[in-house]
Design a protein around this ligand. Structure first.
Ligand SMILES: [Zn+2]
Length: 236
C-alpha cells in the first residue's frame, strides 16, 4: 500500500514537473504565405513545446518591454519590413537581456534595413534588384542533401546526413561569426543550411534555411532538428 502511494506520488510529481518544464514558444508569422496545415501539424508534434502563434502587426508588440519574459523562445517564420523605433528598441533590449531565437527559412528576408536583426540572425537574403551581383535568389522544389558539419552541438543529436526536398536560396550574405551545423554541396544553394550563434551571454540564436514546406515539415530529421534547436536556444 505504501509503495503504491509512493508510486502515485512520484508519478504525480514527475508528470507535474514535466508539464511545468514545457518550453513556452511564440511563433511569429505574417508577410509570407505558407502551408498552415502541415506547418502546425509539425509544431503540434514537437515534444515538450507549448506554442502560441501571433501574426504581424500584433506579433511585433511582443518585442516591447512589457512582454519580456513571457516566452522562452521566439520562432520567426515571418517575412516583413515594417517595424517601429520602439519595437526595434524593445527587441534589442530583449536580446541583450536573454532569449532563445529560432529563425526559419524566409525570416532571413525580413528587416532589410535593420542590421541588428541581420547580425542576430547571422545572415541576410539581400533584396537589391538594381544590383544583380548582390541580389539573392531562390528556387522551389529542389532535391538536395543536408550534411552534418558540427556534430558537437546538441541540436544534431541523433541526426544523420539526410535528403531533403524544399526551396533553396542562393547568393545569400552569411556572417563570418556563425557556427555552421548543416551544409550542402548543391551549386544553387547557400553552402551553409543551418547555423548557431551566441550573440549575448543569455541569448542563443539558430537559423535553419529549409522550411518552405510542406514536404520538409513531415521529415523526421527536420522535426528533430527544429525541436532540438528550440531546446538549445532556450539553454535546455
Ligand atoms: Zn519559401
Amino acid at each position: 500500500m505504501k509503495a503504491t502511494l509512493l508510486t502515485l506520488a512520484l508519478t504525480f510529481l514527475l508528470t507535474h514537473l514535466s508539464l511545468s518544464q514545457d518550453l513556452s514558444v511564440l511563433v511569429l508569422t505574417g508577410g509570407h504565405g505558407f502551408n498552415r496545415t502541415s506547418f502546425f501539424e509539425m509544431m503540434d508534434a514537437l515534444p515538450g513545446i507549448r506554442y502560441t502563434e501571433m501574426a504581424h502587426p500584433e506579433a511585433r508588440e511582443y518585442f516591447l518591454e512589457k512582454h519580456h519574459g513571457e516566452f522562452d523562445v521566439l520562432i520567426f517564420y515571418d517575412m516583413i519590413q515594417d517595424i517601429s523605433p520602439e519595437e526595434k528598441e524593445g527587441f534589442e533590449k530583449l536580446v541583450q537581456k536573454g532569449i532563445g531565437l529560432v529563425f526559419l527559412h524566409h525570416a532571413i528576408v525580413s528587416y532589410q534595413n535593420w542590421d541588428f536583426y541581420r547580425d542576430i540572425l547571422g545572415g541576410r537574403y539581400i533584396e537589391n534588384k538594381g544590383d544583380p551581383a548582390i541580389q539573392s535568389n531562390y528556387k522551389h522544389e529542389v532535391a538536395f542533401k543536408a550534411r552534418i558539419v558540427n556534430r558537437r552541438n546538441d541540436i544534431l543529436n541523433g541526426i544523420k546526413d539526410f535528403d531533403i526536398y524544399d526551396e533553396i536560396y542562393g547568393n545569400v550574405w552569411i556572417s563570418e561569426t556563425v557556427n555552421p551545423l548543416l551544409s550542402t554541396k548543391h551549386p544553387g544553394s547557400m553552402p551553409i543550411l543551418a547555423w548557431t550563434q551566441k550573440p549575448y551571454r543569455h541569448t542563443r540564436s539558430v537559423y535553419i534555411q529549409p522550411g518552405h514546406g510542406p514536404e520538409v515539415f513531415s521529415h523526421p530529421m527536420y522535426r528533430k532538428i527544429l525541436a532540438q534547436s528550440i531546446y538549445w536556444a532556450a539553454g535546455k
